[in-house]
Design a protein around this ligand. Structure first.
Ligand SMILES: Nc1nc2c(ncn2[C@@H]2O[C@H](COP(=O)(O)OP(=O)(O)OP(=O)(O)O)[C@@H](O)[C@H]2O)c(=O)[nH]1
Ligand SMILES: [Mg+2]
Length: 302
């Protein structure tokens, strides 16, 4: 950094329909898995901050839950969260996937964004999935959808133009010193990141409504040597909630086989995150219709 007055810092957020690749793009920019990702819609349920550091700039990216027509109280709360977020940031990245036609969902979001105070950059995601001529057509359609300060095509998976997204977002940030200490990649508490890794492992391979019904709460983290410790390594006790008894069976699987797989996958991710070995103790519980119940939503952290 030559002149500290030229350092830029501020907040950006990604919005868009569920499953368009917002979290994958944030992780690609940060260079670490800050937000969980899955092929199921509505994977993200929180406004998750990823922190990007360069010598001349710091962008705090807020990854938001996909915007959709809400069918439950949880859905309404998530949409409110997104609106609050985009009212507070310096620049908004509106994510639209290259491999899907612009639909009523995108038009609805575009209308919402036309009220936003911050400039909006249209980010066309997943460009690796379409041929060039198709992409050109799509970019034109995106251009006609609203007023954008830029349009950036990107592929997070193939690392095409990810750095351009950074450059474009930074232009809209005010001058100022870093907001977070260098080296920090997120301000998400460790316990929440662990719970999210468990939820991510549970999401893949389940169908229909089940992904939406899953919630994870960390009950206890017991260090070896603590009074209640029964292990030589860190023990993590977590509850995996579903909404119905029938779902409990699906998650657990025949003879506990699926739950075992979920546990093994989650443990791998947690060990990578913490850089140490852990013992993961997973219990499946039923919280009846928690997505619609204000009291239970509160207990699960929404
Ligand atoms: N081919 C390809 N797939 C991608 C790309 N980016 C994301 N995906 C896939 O798209 C799916 C959804 O990605 P997410 O990042 O979880 O999407 P999201 O917009 O955060 O979804 P919600 O949190 O549910 O709103 C995952 O299966 C990703 O692997 C990309 O650049 N190319
Ligand atoms: Mg997401």
């Amino acid at each position: 950094m030559t002149d500290s007055a030229e350092h830029r810092s501020g907040f950006a957020c990604f919005v868009g329909r569920p499953n368009v690749g917002k979290s994958t793009l944030m992780n690609a920019l940060v260079g670490e898995k800050v937000a969980i990702m899955s092929s199921r819609p509505q994977t993200t349920r929180r406004a998750i901050r990823g922190i990007l550091n360069r010598e001349d700039s710091q962008i705090v990216i807020v990854d938001t839950p996909g915007l959709h027509r809400p069918r439950t109280l949880l859905g309404e709360r998530l949409n409110d969260l997104v609106r609050e977020t985009f009212a507070e940031v310096d620049v908004i990245g509106f994510c639209l996937p290259a491999n899907e036609k612009i639909g009523p969902g995108d038009q609805w979001i575009a209308r919402e964004l036309s009220e936003a105070r911050a400039p909006v950059v249209a980010i066309v995601t997943k460009v690796d999935t379409v041929p060039r001529d198709k992409l050109a057509e799509h970019l034109l359609a995106v251009q006609q959808l609203g007023e954008w300060s830029d349009i950036v095509p990107v592929s997070s998976v193939k690392d095409i133009q990810v750095d351009v997204v950074w450059d474009v977002l930074v232009q809209h940030l005010p001058e100022g010193p870093p907001l977070y200490p260098e080296g920090e990649v997120t301000d998400e508490p460790e316990e929440i990141r662990i719970a999210e890794l468990i939820r991510e492992a549970a999401l893949e391979g389940v169908r229909d409504e089940l992904p939406h019904s899953i919630a994870v709460v960390i009950e206890e983290m017991i260090e070896p040597g603590e009074e209640t410790s029964r292990r030589e390594i860190l023990e993590i006790r977590a509850h995996l909630f579903v909404e119905r008894d029938s779902q409990k069976g699906i998650i657990i699987g025949k003879g506990g086989s699926r739950l075992k797989e979920v546990g093994a996958t989650a443990r791998e991710g947690i060990q990578r995150l913490l850089g140490r070995k852990v013992f993961l103790d997973l219990h499946v519980k039923v919280a009846k219709e928690w997505q619609r119940d204000p009291k239970q939503l509160g207990r699960l952290g929404f």
